[in-house]
Structure formats: C-alpha cells, structure tokens
Write a protein of this length. Structure first.
Length: 80
C-alpha cells in the first residue's frame, strides 16, 4: 500500500494532475504497474446518480485536496 502522506513532488509542489489521473483511473499511469486499483472515476460516476461524471469529478477533487492536506511537510534544505 503506498504512503499517501509523502508523494513525490513536481517542481517542489504537490502534483495535483498526477493524483487526479491516478484516482480517476481512466488513463494508465506507468508507475502504478498493474491495474489492481479500481477505476474510481467510473465507479464514482455510478454512485452519484443524478450528477454522473460531474459528481465524480467533484468527489475526486475533494479526495485530491484531502491527499494534498495529508502531505508531510518537507524539512527545509540547509542554505549554503
């Protein structure tokens, strides 16, 4: 199980797009290896009957915000 509190950063910042793609599951993420993780975008669209894909997008966005909040602050690098 991956440690979601310490995700790799892109340019020193939380990589929101990478997390969205990983959760949504409609695009393959090479670093994920096999497809054990469900395609949550489709599953969430089915559970939000009246809102479909829009509701799924909102739920995924809320998950991304939560995962971003969970990130462990990195220690500042010592100045030279």
């Amino acid at each position: 199980m991956p440690d979601l509190t310490n995700l790799p950063k892109k340019d020193g910042r939380f990589d929101e797009n990478h997390v969205i793609v990983a959760i949504d599951g409609t695009k393959a993420v090479a670093a994920h290896g096999d497809r054990e993780m469900p395609i949550w975008g489709k599953a969430l669209a089915k559970t939000t009957l009246r809102h479909g894909e829009a509701g799924a997008t909102l739920q995924i966005y809320a998950l991304v915000r939560y995962i971003e909040w969970m990130q462990v602050p990195q220690a500042a690098s010592p100045s030279k």
